[in-house]
Design a protein around this ligand. Structure first.
Ligand code: SF4
Ligand code: SF4
Length: 458
C-alpha cells in the first residue's frame, strides 16, 4: 500500500488545540500542499498550506540569505516563543510597525488587533524611544516604518508623529488606515500632503460588493474608500491598497481590485493578504482557506491573463510568505517587468527589501553583470530592459520628482500571507520580515505577535 501523498519536507508547527510545538510533515497531495501535524495529546491534524505545489517547490530557486540585525532575546523555549528578535531569526526588519493607538472608529469582525473604541494613545516620547530603538537594531538606518493601530489617524498628535519620524533615519513611511478620516476630513489630508515623497497611505480596500464590507468590516464602506482615494489624489499623496481576502467572501474580486488599482490615478500598488486567523477572527474552515498561490491563480483567471501566474515571483528575502510582480508604464500600458525573463539568475542584484528604487536597481544590475565578466544573458537583458524603461531625464530630476515618477510609472502587486496556529511552519516564521516594534523595545514578527505575544496594551 502506498501513501496518498508525497513527502516534501519536515518542519515544526503548532497544535491549534494546546498551542504546543509539534512535529509536522509538509506534503503534496494532488497538487496542493498540506501541513500534516502530530500532537501527542490531540492527534493528527492536517491543514492547507498552499494551493499550488508547483509554485511551492520552485520557490526555493529564488531563495537568498537573510540580512543580519541586532537581536533582543536569547534562544530558550524554541521558536516562536523566544521573540524577539532572538538570535535564530533569519531576516532583518524590512517593515517595522508601530501601533500608536488601540482606538478605532470601526470594529471589524476580522481585526487582528481586536481594536475597540479607546482613549489609549502612545506618547510622543515613547514613540521616539521606539523609533530610535528600531533604527539602532538596523545598524543606524531603517527601511520602512508603518504607523498603525487601531486607527492611527485618530491619534491626537498624528501629524507630530509623522513629523518626528521624518527627522529620523527611516527611508520610507506608510500610514496604515481604514480611510474614514481621510474621506471625511479634507483639511487633514491637506496637512498630510506636507509629507509627500517617501510617504504613502496604506489604505484598507477589500473590494466592491456591499456584502464584502459587511462581512469583513461590519459596514458597507465602498463610497468612503472612493472618497478617500479622491481626497488623496487631490493632494497627490500616493496610495497602496491593502486587501484582506477571505474564501467565499471576496476571493472572486481579486482581479477587479487589481484592475481598479492599475487604472486609478495615484494608486501605486496593491497588497493582497489571505485572511489569517488571529485577533477577532479565530473561527475557521482550515481546509478551505485562501492561500498566497490561490490568490495568484485567481488574479490570472479573473484578469483573463492580463496579469499571468508567471508574472509573480517569490520575494527572494521571504520566499514562503511574499510573492510580487512589478509593472512599468509605457504610455497607457502597464507591463510586468519580469515577463519574458528568467529573474533567478539576477537574484544577487535584488536587495532584501520591499522598496523599489530605480537607481539602486540599475546599479545593482550593472555591478552584478560586470562581476559576471561580460554578464550573463539574463543580467544583460534585464539591464537593457531597465535602461530602456527608465528615461535618461529621470536622472536629472529632483528627489521629489523622482518619487513622483516612480509613483506614476510603476505599479506593484504583492501578496503577503501571515501564519497563524493552523498553517504555522517554523521555517517561514523565521524569515518573516514585518516586525512589530513594541513599547517594551522588542521586535516581534507580525504573525508571532498576533498568535502569542499580543498582550495588554500599554
Ligand atoms: S519567530 Fe524569529 S524571533 Fe521569534 S522565536 Fe522564532 S526565530 Fe526567534
Ligand atoms: S481592522 Fe483596522 S479598521 Fe478594522 S477595527 Fe481593526 S484597526 Fe480598526
Amino acid at each position: 500500500m502506498q501513501r496518498d501523498y508525497e513527502l516534501i519536507d519536515c518542519t515544526i508547527s503548532i497544535c491549534p488545540d494546546c498551542l504546543k510545538r509539534v512535529d509536522a510533515k509538509i506534503i503534496n497531495r494532488e497538487g496542493r500542499v498540506f501541513l500534516r501535524k502530530h500532537c501527542p495529546e490531540h492527534g493528527e491534524q492536517e491543514e492547507l498550506l498552499e494551493d499550488d505545489a508547483e509554485y511551492y517547490s520552485k520557490r526555493f530557486e529564488y531563495n537568498k540569505p537573510g540580512t543580519i540585525c541586532k537581536s533582543q532575546t536569547i534562544r530558550d523555549k524554541g521558536c516562536p516563543f523566544d521573540c524577539g528578535l532572538c538570535p535564530d531569526h533569519d531576516q532583518h526588519t524590512c517593515i517595522g510597525l508601530i501601533e500608536v493607538t488601540q482606538n478605532c472608529n470601526l470594529c471589524c469582525p476580522t481585526c487582528y488587533a481586536s481594536s475597540i473604541q479607546s482613549e489609549k494613545y502612545l506618547s510622543l516620547d515613547k514613540i521616539e524611544e521606539m523609533l530610535d530603538f528600531f533604527i539602532d537594531t538596523e545598524g543606524g538606518s531603517a527601511e520602512i516604518l508603518q504607523i498603525s493601530g487601531g486607527e492611527p489617524t485618530l491619534h491626537p498628535q498624528i501629524i507630530d508623529i509623522i513629523k518626528l519620524v521624518r527627522t529620523k533615519n527611516i527611508q520610507y513611511v506608510m500610514l496604515n488606515t481604514n480611510g474614514l478620516r481621510i474621506a471625511e476630513d479634507e483639511e487633514f489630508v491637506k496637512e498630510l500632503s506636507q509629507f509627500k515623497g517617501k510617504f504613502e497611505i496604506y489604505l484598507q480596500f477589500d473590494g466592491f460588493k456591499p456584502e464584502t464590507y459587511m462581512h469583513l468590516r461590519g459596514k458597507d464602506l465602498l463610497s468612503i474608500k472612493r472618497k478617500a482615494i479622491d481626497n488623496l489624489n487631490k493632494y497627490k499623496i500616493p496610495i497602496t491598497l491593502v486587501s484582506v481576502i477571505e474564501k467565499g467572501i471576496n476571493d472572486d474580486e481579486v482581479g477587479q481590485i487589481a484592475c481598479f488599482g492599475m487604472e486609478t490615478l495615484g494608486i501605486r500598488g496593491i497588497n493582497f493578504q489571505p485572511l489569517a486567523f488571529f485577533g477577532r477572527k479565530n473561527i475557521i474552515d482550515v481546509k478551505n482557506r485562501v492561500t498566497l498561490t490561490g490568490i495568484i491563480s485567481q488574479i490570472d483567471d479573473q484578469t483573463k491573463g492580463i496579469i499571468r501566474k508567471e508574472d509573480f515571483i517569490p520575494l527572494p528575502c521571504n520566499i514562503d510568505r511574499v510573492a510580487l510582480t512589478y509593472f512599468y508604464r509605457i504610455g497607457d500600458k502597464l507591463t510586468p517587468l519580469v515577463r519574458g525573463l528568467d529573474i533567478r539568475e539576477c537574484l544577487p542584484a535584488i536587495r532584501n527589501t520591499f522598496k523599489f528604487n530605480p537607481e539602486d536597481f540599475l546599479k545593482d544590475l550593472a555591478d552584478n553583470a560586470i562581476s559576471k565578466k561580460g554578464g550573463c544573458c539574463n543580467y544583460l537583458s534585464l539591464l537593457n530592459k531597465a535602461r530602456g524603461i527608465i528615461p535618461k531625464s529621470y536622472f536629472l530630476k529632483s528627489e521629489e520628482e523622482k518619487l513622483d515618477y516612480v509613483t506614476e510609472n510603476t505599479f506593484r502587486i504583492s501578496i503577503s500571507s501571515f501564519v497563524d496556529v493552523y498553517n504555522f511552519d517554523m521555517k517561514s516564521m523565521k524569515k518573516e520580515c514585518v516586525h512589530i516594534i513594541t513599547p517594551e523595545l522588542k521586535k516581534i514578527p507580525f504573525s508571532s505577535y498576533n498568535m502569542f505575544h499580543r498582550g495588554k496594551w500599554t
